[in-house]
Design a protein around this ligand. Structure first.
Ligand code: PLP
Length: 389
């Protein structure tokens, strides 16, 4: 026991499921074993040079050394709006339908504070990015988990949400392309979502961090492409995955004016915006068309196309990713998520992520990130073949 009692909200945080795995990773490393880390969802390639060069120039401008504007530079918000128009055909008013974020995680984490009161319910995908649930808890709300199952294409069955839950529900969180399942959603699903949200008066908060990491030329869509979506939707976008910029901390939220404004109200009282030089670099990135993203997609597609047939040859049945840089794999007979991860780590030095870390419905799966070179992925497959399961 420490001298200071942690707040109830911190005490109520879910247990950190990776502690045991982290300990084993240290142990394996200290034995001198070569580790292939396919655990983290962090691009291994650097940010493209033209973005770094823009940052260097912007860093020398004295005006950028002062406090930024809360909602983001008008030029940055205009660049985000232009990008949405080009990529999705969605028109946005940079004046009140776009706000800059310190990475989309920041925006997602603060969003429920603007719209959720104690007693309100938030609909959260399971498995899912942990921030939706934690942010709900921090705002005093209660999560209702929606299972994402393979037999449903990893889309939630909205018709299975109990009426009593819906009566108290305020926000529906969605994330397509999806981390960790790699699924994408189609127009028909989004149409259903919108009708459902109308019927039950829900806010739709869509996390779209992976729209540019897609395969086989099939582009994921924005829910804002649907007529009327702006009435109750907000989308959280990020430059992190699109341009290998996880360390830069910049993203943006777009959509309904009141939703963007509510989030902005939380932010003006918590942070003071994004370093303007970073916004300048982000303007260069967003204005670069497809040239940078095409190269990034090609890299992940090559790796995916090495890993998938290799896993199948080993008798596994991975989900074929339509997008994202993750492969979601059911564990073999006789294993749990944790025991299979431990097997791969201790016997083969391969780090993967246990699916149950993303929620109850992730049990029975592991996630492999395509964030290492092809040669290392081949090496991992060789090692798996040698150890067997
Ligand atoms: C990586 C990721 C994000 C983006 O995080 P940033 O804060 O923008 O770096 C958001 N949602 C999901 C599901 C992610 O995997």
């Amino acid at each position: 026991m420490g001298r200071f009692t942690l707040s109830r909200r911190i005490q109520a945080l879910p247990p950190y499921l990776f502690a045991e795995l982290d300990r084993k990773k240290q142990e394996v490393r200290s034995k001198g074993m070569d580790i292939i880390d396919l655990g983290v969802g962090d691009p291994d390639h650097p940010t493209p040079d033209f973005i770094v060069d823009a940052m260097k120039r912007e860093a020398e401008v004295p005006a950028n050394h002062q406090y930024p504007s809360y909602e983001g530079l008008p030029e940055f918000r205009a660049a985000a709006a232009r990008w949405y128009k080009e990529r999705f055909g969605v028109a946005l008013d940079p004046g009140n339908e776009v706000v800059a974020l310190i990475g989309s995680k920041e925006g997602i984490a603060h969003f429920p504070l603007a719209f959720v009161d104690p007693g309100d319910v938030v609909l959260v995908p399971d498995p899912g990015y942990p921030v939706y649930h934690i942010a709900t808890m921090f705002s005093g709300g209660k999560s209702h988990f929606m299972p994402l199952l393979r037999e449903n294409g990893f889309l939630p069955r909205l018709d299975r949400i109990p009426g009593g839950v819906l009566a108290k529900a305020k926000i529906l969180f969605l994330n397509y392309p999806n981390n960790p399942t790699s699924a994408i959603a189609d127009r028909k699903f989004y149409r259903n979502v919108l009708a459902f949200a109308e019927e039950h008066d829900l806010i739709v908060a869509h996390d779209v961090a992976y729209t540019e990491i897609y395969f086989d030329g099939v582009k994921p869509m924005s829910i804002l492409e649907l007529p009327g979506a702006k009435k109750r939707c907000i989308e959280f976008h990020s430059l992190s995955k699109t341009y290998n910029m996880t360390g830069w901390r910049i993203g943006f939220a777009v959509g309904n004016t009141e939703l963007v404004g509510g989030l902005g109200k939380v932010k003006t009282n918590v942070d003071s915006g994004v370093f303007q030089a970073v916004q300048g670099a982000a303007i260069a990135a967003l204005g670069s068309g497809e040239s940078a993203t095409r190269e990034i997609r090609r890299t992940y597609q090559e790796r995916r196309d090495v890993l998938l047939p290799g896993l199948r040859a080993l008798g596994l049945d991975p989900v074929t990713p339509a997008a994202t840089f993750y492969v979601w794999i059911p564990v073999p007979e006789g294993y749990t998520s944790a025991s299979f991860c431990t097997h791969l780590l201790t016997k083969a030095g391969i780090v993967t992520t246990p699916g149950n870390g993303f929620g109850k419905s992730g049990e029975g799966y592991i996630r492999i990130a395509l964030t290492k070179e092809k040669e290392r992925i081949r090496e991992a497959l060789d090692r798996m073949r040698r150890i067997g399961f």
